[in-house]
Ligand binder design. Structure first.
Ligand code: NDP
Length: 244
């Protein structure tokens, strides 16, 4: 058995999931907990699933990111798996999009992820292993009217992950992207029935995803079976983005 097979085995690793108090992040945290891993979730409000360590952290604040890692390291040990999931939308058409709409989304979704990955990489380099999974979106590859800020931030994650994959691959650290389509969470709850129906008809599988279906791709990327997968973009989109 190789080193990476031993160290990447589920059950006993320290996993940090941002935005783990609800939606997709919560489902991801639950999936790692079910495998027996030690899981910390960042939250701004409320708590994560039972059994997870809750750590207050707004990813737009570098000091809070540093403090969150320090807490996780002292309570659970060095972070071996980072899932950068926290994200927001501020949808509006380009000509109505304010500087604030742009900056808030890019700051949370892209710059926040840069901070997390950079901080996580320090510990992973010391351990000479690690798994980094970034939650992007089908929209980052397809584009989406009314989501210039969001799509730009989510496609930026692909370049970020692939560059990190090249920089850190020699230390057995992988960096991959999961690109969900439409998932049943608070984020999509705000869509009108007409919008939901239009989207549904464009999805070959004819339905939205459940958060657990995104979590399945994430735990696989962090598993020993995926030890040789890096720089990949894994769609979990019911076929919506096929060909991209
Ligand atoms: P939700 O809106 O349900 O949850 C978003 C999570 O991100 C919350 O935990 C929220 O924390 C956290 N968050 C937002 N801003 C910050 C911040 N500044 N600092 C720390 N945490 C923050 O979204 P989903 O679960 O649907 O989405 C999760 C990820 O998946 C996002 O990156 C999203 O872009 C992506 N995605 C979602 C899709 C969908 O259809 N739902 C499709 C494709 C991608 P709090 O509770 O404190 O607000």
């Amino acid at each position: 058995m190789t080193d990476s097979q031993q160290t990447d085995a589920p059950g006993g690793r320290t996993v940090l999931v941002t935005g783990g108090n609800r939606g997709i992040g919560r489902a991801i945290a639950e999936a790692f907990l079910a495998q027996g891993d030690r899981v910390a979730v960042t939250t701004r409000n409320g708590g994560g699933p039972e059994g997870a360590l809750d750590v207050r952290c707004d990813v737009t604040d570098p000091e809070q990111v540093e403090a969150a890692f320090a807490t996780v390291e002292s309570e659970l040990g060095p972070v071996e798996v980072l899932v950068a999931n926290a994200g927001i939308t501020k949808d509006t058409l380009l000509l109505r999009m304010s500087e604030d709409d742009w900056s808030a989304v890019v700051e949370t979704n892209l710059t926040g992820t840069y901070r997390l990955v950079k901080r996580a990489a320090k510990g992973m380099l010391r351990q000479r292993r690690g798994r980094i999974v970034l939650i992007s979106s089908v929209v980052g590859l397809l584009g989406s009217a009314g989501q210039v800020n969001y799509a730009a931030s989510k496609s930026g994650l692909v370049g970020l992950a692939r560059s990190v994959a090249r920089e850190l691959g020699s230390r057995s650290i992988t960096a991959n992207v999961v690109a969900p389509g439409f998932v049943e969470t608070d984020m999509t709850e705000v869509l009108t029935d007409a919008q939901r129906e239009t989207i549904r008809t464009q999805v070959p599988l004819g339905r939205y995803a459940r958060p657990e279906e995104v979590a399945g791709a994430v735990t696989w990327l962090a598993s020993e079976q995926a030890a040789y997968v890096t720089g990949a973009v894994i769609p979990v989109d019911g076929g919506l983005g096929m060909g991209h």
